[in-house]
Design a protein around this ligand. Sequence first.
Ligand SMILES: Cc1cc2nc3c(=O)[nH]c(=O)nc-3n(C[C@H](O)[C@H](O)[C@H](O)COP(=O)(O)OP(=O)(O)OC[C@H]3O[C@@H](n4cnc5c(N)ncnc54)[C@H](O)[C@@H]3O)c2cc1C
Ligand code: FES
Length: 356
Amino acid sequence: MASEEFFKLGIQSLSNDTRDSTRVSLKVPPKNRGDFLFRPGQYINIKFHKGDCSYLRTYSICSSDTGENLEFAAKHIENGVFSEYIKEKKIGDTLSISRPAGHFVVSEIKSSCLLLIAAGSGITPIISIAKSFLESNQRNKVILLFCNKKYETMMFREDVQDLKDSYISRFLVFNFFTQEYQETEFLNGRINASKIEFLIEKKIINVGHIDEVFICGPLDMTKILAQTLERVGFKKYQVRSEIFFAENRAPIRAELTSGHYTGESSVIEIRLDGVRKFVSLAQGGDLIDSAKAAGIILPFACKNGMCATCRCKVLSGKVQMHQNFSLEDWELKKGYILSCQLQAIDDKVILDFDNI
Ligand SMILES: Cc1cc2nc3c(=O)[nH]c(=O)nc-3n(C[C@H](O)[C@H](O)[C@H](O)COP(=O)(O)OP(=O)(O)OC[C@H]3O[C@@H](n4cnc5c(N)ncnc54)[C@H](O)[C@@H]3O)c2cc1C
Ligand code: FES
């Protein structure tokens, strides 16, 4: 990704799906419609200032198609910077929004049946995928497994109900609650391996009929479910996951994994916006911060391996990542890396942010 551009979009409406979330509809002016074409499941980055500090946060688009409006929904995190910021916004205020990005999208190969799994605010990209997929072809089918604490904390509950009403024979939904008792015992508690196995046993999930699976929720849930799905017969490439939050990375020492490299710093050549620049990266240093100190602003958002805004291609040199929750195997094989997680294990590394 070359340098990220931001566009000022006006807030058209603000609503509260639940007491602790805000749903925002932004007006996309006709001249910017091309900039905001998106594929359901993609996200935008929002740049904002509070006090003297500048922040970036990532939000999945929850609208189902590109039009006059672009929607996202933010769950309020206690004392969260954006969570507090958005509560103060009014209709007519503007937000600085990046172009849509991300690979959590239905593949180009013709899929006709999807299994979607969401927990809490993980429903945001999932609802966009579900709506657009059901609308796009009258043979398409969707099974949604959706887990929340209780009914009142369930984001997009009306949208889910509307989809049920509109696509009775093609949309099947199971609502699981962890803090509200339901008579059907199966629907109580988190979505876990045994619930998936039960649905397979009852032939509700038919492994051979489902083309792709999308999981969005906490890290531990997505990991366990992805492993379960592979165990029961899905291929790795059929299962995509996205997470919204991970604890900050645990630093790793290069020599532990590389076996050889003992240099104290590396020279990183950065190819961005058609220009070559050089940054010295100390062992264990943060490339985004080191580049910034050298006057180079690299694209980034979460700085934690989750969003892939910082993705680039390694043209030469050995590198490894601290953690990766967003790049898929095919991207790693092609030499893509998350620059926010980069650890150089070579004297010189060349990174390309343009031709990716
Ligand atoms: C690809 C992607 C898509 C995303 N899409 C959405 C979306 O559609 N809707 C949405 O609500 N969020 C989404 N997020 C998460 C979002 O970007 C923010 O991280 C989140 O809203 C918190 O921002 P904040 O500024 O309010 O909190 P911060 O100020 O960043 O965090 C405050 C405190 O809460 C902790 N924290 C942050 N996030 C969480 C969390 N989710 N759970 C528990 N603790 C947390 C932090 O470690 C910190 O201690 C997405 C993230 C990614 C990477
Ligand atoms: S900035 Fe989000 S993965 Fe690197």
